[in-house]
Design a protein around this ligand. Structure first.
Ligand code: ADP
Ligand code: MG
Length: 732
């Protein structure tokens, strides 16, 4: 059988197994199966570790059946079978009730996977999964037996057998495999060939072989990713944009004159950096990261003004309607008459700021679109609606994407494609990005950082309120809210859900316009009570602890004009307490709000909490953020919240966030398509490797004919981008 990476699995394992593998594990081709790596390895001698295990741990042991005995049960009808298994070093008991597994015979070797339990002081498995290793199977002789991620109908053993089919003749395997890592690169970094690595990974003879395999296979992932990004950079460099040099006496000078504060050192430095890059033909491609409240908007506005002065247009893409409207409002406020050129009281030397969102009335939208198309609107602020095909720019010179973590690469590209020549791009995020992530997910962006907060900020302190353990603390929290309001301040209460929707909780989250995907830890167990809801909590607060205050709600199901009006009322101080979903998460700027109470804080991700907290550290008054949870303080969740409360260092939090999320989530869904091809690579631990791969990838892509000189690597890059594209099409 001649195989390639793209051979369908049905030709290897037969149509029936192939079908379930495709359905349940998304394994379709030889490549998929070979890249379906063991999660870990069962070892002979594992039982010596049993003493370290705790009740509830799930383990797989490789052992021999020592004794089998069956007897009728005393309390119930039926047969109880006890099996003792051992591996020479230790032994344990397996228990089966009325089970067909009575067929286990003394002397047989097998793999037994189960959850450790205890019975009269002895460790035991109740109803473990059993896989007897039969005579024609030489696997029992191995020191390490691979344990694969399995599914209901495709067990680890089936996968092991299927992989073995592929590996039976290592030489034909070596021929079937195109190694994406060029030999000189392998030599430089001491990496084994792909066929060897796969053999070591799937059928190791020692732990050292697994290590060799891992190192090499991580390189695959890092190199393919970095080559993809390097190719993108190279393509971008080949297509010049338009230089937008600074001009004095224009909008930028007017903005600087109108600012009610002086820029921080960081704002000035980054401003210079942007001004210089905008003056070049080579399109700027920059990520601006800065703590919540560090003043990124002004930096963006000044860049936009420079582009407008040079005759171009600037678009600001915001993740929510609330935020887009707020940006448009505050830009218009700073610009004054300069932002109303063409209107009666406008300054003809200025430009127009227009807002373009999906919920606008048809007439307003048409008018905005026309102003964008004829170039009279120099600054265009909007949501996803900006990406629509019917939005055409006269001369798009700069794209600013606010709060990047809400947008995928594709959306950034869609907007970029609206310029006749590639526009300059500035991406802003408050979620600090560890260096590895910046190199990987954001690998095609240069990075600037605003480290300093504007002077005179009160800062924010945080505390966890364990409402389950100490209900009195929650009363105290509401008392704090009353005190702040009495002192003239305002408060947010944030809940994970809107509530009050027909048909239960299914569709009850805020739409993509408002809410991030829920953090992974919210998935799963359905026996938890539903998350607290805005409408219920507001009701309870009005009737109870906050009955003397003006309490209003804000969420994604409200009509856009109502949201806008509510936000305006809150900003104007006409509302004391705003009970909201994560619509307030990004960028909302009400400096007089000083307390935030996050209900069911455990339902939010680390960076989401950090973002939320940023809403109450925006003025000169000290802010307070209370994370209310029913999770026990000692639980992992409780610890996570305590850690969030203990630091406001964004970089530390980003690390914590990475630790608590699966890495695939960081690299994947949110940023560049779910199937980012990363399985083994760790953004936390493999910083060095990623940096080296970046150097090699850049070298390969920029020398000679680039990827064309490395067809194997090019194919791997294409496979990755194809996956991404498929993902994108699915979403559309
Ligand atoms: P973020 O970086 O989170 O987007 P913003 O741009 O919304 O922060 O700025 C937060 C607040 O700080 C705004 O009210 C803004 O007007 C104010 N601000 C920005 N720069 C300065 C500065 N240099 N001095 C004082 N206040 C500033
Ligand atoms: Mg902002």
């Amino acid at each position: 059988m001649s195989l390639t990476m793209d051979t369908p699995l049905s030709r290897v394992v037969g149509p029936k197994t192939a079908k379930v593998m495709a359905e349940q594990l998304a394994l379709h081709t030889v490549r998929d199966l070979l890249r379906h790596y063991p999660r870990r390895y069962a070892r002979r001698g594992e039982m010596t570790r049993l003493g370290d295990l705790e009740v509830g741990d799930r383990v797989t042991v490789l052992a021999q059946v020592k004794k089998v005995s069956s007897r009728p049960m005393r309390q119930r009808r039926g047969i109880l079978t006890e099996v003792t298994v051992g591996d020479g070093a230790g032994s344990m008991r397996l228990v089966f009730f009325n089970s067909k597994h009575a067929h286990l015979a003394v002397g047989e070797w097998g793999l037994f996977a189960g959850t450790v339990g205890k019975w009269h002081g002895d460790l035991q498995f109740t109803h473990p999964d059993c896989h007897v290793i039969t005579g024609d199977d030489d696997d029992w002789a191995r020191a390490l037996v691979p344990i694969y991620p399995a599914s209901k109908d495709v067990s680890s053993w089936v996968i092991q057998k299927s992989v073995k089919l592929l590996m039976d003749d290592p030489r034909s395997l070596a021929e079937a495999l195109d190694d994406p890592i060029p030999e000189p690169v392998r030599d430089r970094h001491g990496l084994v060939a792909l066929a060897t690595a796969l053999l070591y990974k799937h059928r190791p003879e020692s732990a050292a072989q697994v290590e060799f395999a891992d190192e090499r296979l991580k390189w695959d992932e890092a190199l393919v990713l970095q080559a993809t990004l390097a190719a993108r950079r190279r393509a971008a460099a080949l297509e010049p944009g338009i230089a937008r040099p600074r001009r004095s006496g224009g909008l930028l000078d007017a903005v600087d004159a109108a600012l009610p504060f002086s820029l921080t050192g960081g704002q000035r430095d980054v401003g210079e950096e942007l001004a210089a890059e905008l003056s070049e033909e080579q399109p700027m491609n920059r990520l601006l990261q800065g703590e919540v409240g560090s003043g990124k908007t002004v930096v963006a506005l000044r860049a936009m003004a420079q582009v407008v002065d040079a005759g171009g247009q600037a678009a600001l893409l915001a993740p929510t309607e609330v935020l887009a409207a707020q940006h448009a409002r505050s830009l218009a406020a700073i610009l004054g008459p300069l932002g109303r050129a063409g209107e009666l009281d406008g300054d003809p030397a200025g430009t127009r700021v227009v807002l373009l969102t999906g919920s606008q009335k048809a007439a307003a939208r048409r008018e905005a679109r026309a102003a964008v198309a004829d170039g009279s609107a120099g600054i265009v602020v909007g949501t996803h609606a900006l990406l629509q095909e019917d939005v055409e720019f006269a001369d798009l010179g700069l794209v600013v994407v606010d709060e990047q973590h809400r947008f995928g690469v594709e959306q950034r590209d869609a907007l970029r494609a609206k310029g006749a020549r590639p526009p300059h791009v500035l991406v802003m995020t408050a979620t600090p990005i560890p260096r590895t992530v910046a190199m990987t997910v954001y690998g095609d962006l240069e990075t600037s950082t605003l480290r300093q907060l504007p002077a005179g900020r009160g800062g924010v302190s945080s505390a966890v309120v364990p409402a389950g353990e100490k209900p009195a603390w929650l009363d105290r929290a509401w008392q704090r809210v009353r005190e702040e309001v009495a002192a003239g301040r305002q408060a947010y209460v944030v809940c994970p859900r809107i509530g009050d929707v027909e048909g239960g909780s299914g569709k009850d989250e805020d739409g993509p316009d408002d809410a991030d995907a829920p953090p992974p830890e919210t998935g799963g167990s359905s026996d938890r009570r539903p998350p607290l809801a805005v409408l219920d909590v507001a009701e309870a607060l009005r009737a109870g602890p906050l009955s003397s205050l003006r309490v209003e709600v804000l969420h994604g199901r409200m009509a856009p004009e109502d949201k806008e009006a509510r936000m305006r009322a809150f900003a104007a101080g006409e509302v004391d307490v705003l009970v909201a979903t994560t619509v307030v998460e990004v960028g909302v700027d009400v400096p007089n709000a000083t307390v935030m109470v996050v209900m069911d804080a455990d339902r939010f991700g680390v960076s989401q909490l950090h973002q939320l907290r940023g809403r109450v550290a925006r003025g000169q008054h000290a802010g307070l953020c209370l994370l209310v949870t029913e999770a026990p303080t000692s639980s992992a969740t409780g610890q996570r919240l305590t850690a969030v409360a203990a630091t406001t260092d964004g970089f530390e939090l980003a690390r914590l966030d990475l630790e608590t999320r699966r890495e695939g989530d960081v690299l994947g869904a949110a940023q560049s398509g779910r199937r980012s091809g990363v399985r083994l690579l760790s953004l936390l631990d493999d910083e060095q490797l990623i940096a080296e791969a970046r150097v090699e990838a850049t070298r390969l892509v920029e020398a000679g004919r680039g990827l064309a000189d490395h067809p194997e690597l090019a194919a791997a890059v294409a496979a990755l981008s194809l996956d991404e594209r498929a993902e994108y099409l699915e979403k559309a």
